[in-house]
Each structure stands twice: as structure tokens, then as C-alpha cells.
Design a protein. Structure first.
Length: 167
């Protein structure tokens, strides 16, 4: 009888420890997954144009295709961009410790790592204090991404890509 009671107490403690561990692990996962889920608006097979802008004027436009999808059970978001001017593979993830997103573009001749944030429906990447990339949906449901540089206290676009989802 005593050994049976001892085994039940031990099993109860082990069960409690397992429940606490699972709850703690699930909480961390849900925070991470909630942050990654905010970027769901970007997911799709997108077809459109990539435009280069100088002094507020579009100087060149080329066709572009972009495939954006979750990988590894939603822990990463990948972007594959193809146009005549640029081929780019990007990996985005959320770092819980730093409480920030990281945007990691890979080019033919190199790669980078930039901090990013999700704010008011937009994903904003900040390579520097004077340069940023903004990803969002416009009112027509098109996926838009643009790059800006800060000059004389004003953000000026130097590229803009606009895509329609073909999925």
C-alpha cells in the first residue's frame, strides 16, 4: 500500500512537471507563431512589375514574379523574387529573445541581415537609419513593396514593385 501511494505521488509530480513544461513550451511557440502569422498577408504567388524611381519619376519598369511562402511549419517566411534586373532569395524570421524580425536577403554575390518590424499592417525593414523597405497590401489587394531613402528629412522612393496574387 505504501509503495503504491509513493508511486502515485511520484507519477503526480512527474505529470505536473510535464504539464508545466508543455504549457511553457506552448506559450513560447504561440508568441513566436503569432508574430510570424502577422506576415501572412505577404504569402502568395505574385506577378507584376518592378519599377525604378528617380526624383519622383519612374525611369524603368520590368516584369517581375515573387513567390512568398512559409517554411518549417511557419517558423520562416521565404521570398523568391525574379525579374530582369534582380534575383533575390530572402528568409524572414522572428527572434523571440530580441523581440524583432530579421530580414535576410541572399543575392548572387552576397547576403545581408537586417532588423525589421511589423507596424500598422506593414512589414518594415531598416538596413540603416536612412534606408528602408516597406511591404504592404494596397486597397485593391495588391502586394506592394517599395524602397525609400531619407534625404533632407523626407523619405523618397527609389523603387516600387506592385503584384497581383495568382494563387
Amino acid at each position: 500500500m505504501k509503495s503504491n501511494l509513493f508511486i502515485r505521488k511520484q507519477n503526480g509530480i512527474i505529470s505536473l512537471a510535464i504539464v508545466l513544461f508543455v504549457c511553457q513550451f506552448s506559450y513560447g511557440q504561440s508568441t513566436f507563431q503569432l508574430e510570424m502569422q502577422k506576415l501572412h498577408f505577404m504569402v502568395g504567388d505574385w506577378v507584376g512589375t518592378a519599377s525604378t524611381i528617380e526624383n519622383g519619376e519612374i525611369i524603368a519598369t520590368v516584369p517581375a514574379f515573387e513567390k512568398i511562402s512559409y517554411k518549417l511549419d511557419g517558423s520562416l517566411l521565404t521570398i523568391d523574387l525574379h525579374s530582369e534586373k534582380l534575383q533575390l532569395h530572402t528568409v524572414i524570421y522572428y527572434d523571440e529573445e530580441e523581440q524583432t524580425y530579421f530580414y535576410n536577403p541572399f543575392y548572387k554575390n552576397g547576403s545581408a541581415k537586417y532588423k525589421a518590424k511589423y507596424q500598422e499592417g506593414k512589414f518594415i525593414v531598416a538596413p540603416s537609419k536612412t534606408k528602408r523597405f516597406v511591404f504592404s497590401l494596397n486597397e485593391a489587394g495588391e502586394f506592394v513593396e517599395y524602397g525609400e531613402t531619407l534625404k533632407n528629412g523626407k523619405w523618397l522612393k527609389y523603387f516600387e514593385d506592385t503584384f497581383k496574387n495568382i494563387r
